[in-house]
Design a protein around this ligand. Structure first.
Ligand SMILES: [Zn+2]
Length: 230
């Protein structure tokens, strides 16, 4: 499993290096080097369901869930997108933590983005959705989720579903009252269901072209860093 992850990472890096010399309109992300900000933004990208089998007792319900499609597990798709977005953001000067399903206790960062994929028995179900923490104490999570929703859609061309589920807004990692392994209340928490693993249209992005999904997330982080929300 570890070998596979490293291989996937290496493949991602190769792709980025391979395209680095190609002509394109401008940098994928503007570098933050030399910016006026004293400290780089610290961003967590959580690969949903990754290493969920390590969940402590308080989160034992996590150990067996996540969607799948023809033997492909959701966590693999989430991790691939998270790692690619992390590379883009690190190159642009951000501090990035790629986190597994179990968040460090009272985890603190400027921004926490949980990355997931949906699944449905209906192969026609398609689209992505974003939500903010119902317990947001920063006053920023809703606007950050809206920003992510619009930037991810531009980057991927996928359709946005405006219906968010209670499960998203009550996501366990946002629930600092109930779980020790959750984000600190000062951390802005948002979650994205990047598309349906059970939809061929959505798989064309999240499975076959994960760099595009990663770019959508990385650009949303950058857009956030440029607003006065941060
Ligand atoms: Zn999930």
């Amino acid at each position: 499993m570890q070998g596979k992850t490293l291989k996937a990472m290496a493949a991602g890096l190769c792709l980025i290096f391979a395209t680095a010399g190609a002509a394109r309109p401008g940098p994928i992300l503007e570098s933050r080097a030399g910016s006026d900000e004293a400290l780089p933004l610290r961003v967590a990208l959580q690969a949903g369901h990754w290493r969920a089998d390590e969940a402590p007792r308080e989160l034992s319900g996590l150990r067996r869930n996540g969607t799948s499609w023809q033997g492909m597990h959701e966590w693999e798709v989430n991790l691939e997108i998270a790692q690619r977005a992390a590379v883009l953001l690190e190159e642009a000067g951000y501090q990035v933590d790629v986190l597994p399903a179990v968040v460090p206790r009272a985890y603190r960062a400027d921004l926490f983005i949980a990355i997931h994929a949906d699944g449905s028995d209906d192969a026609r179900a398609s689209g992505y959705r974003v939500a903010s923490s119902r317990r947001d104490r920063t006053g920023k999570a809703h606007e950050v989720a809206e920003l992510l929703g619009s930037v991810y859609g531009e980057a991927t061309g996928l359709r946005r579903l405006t219906t968010t589920t209670r499960r998203m807004r009550n996501y366990y990692a946002f629930n600092y009252r109930r779980y020790r392994h959750s984000i600190h209340p000062a951390t802005v928490g948002v979650i994205i269901e990047t598309g349906f693993l059970t939809s061929s249209r959505d798989r064309a992005v999240i499975v076959d072209d994960p760099g595009r999904a990663a770019l959508g997330i990385a650009r949303a982080v950058q857009a956030y860093s440029e607003t006065d929300l941060r």
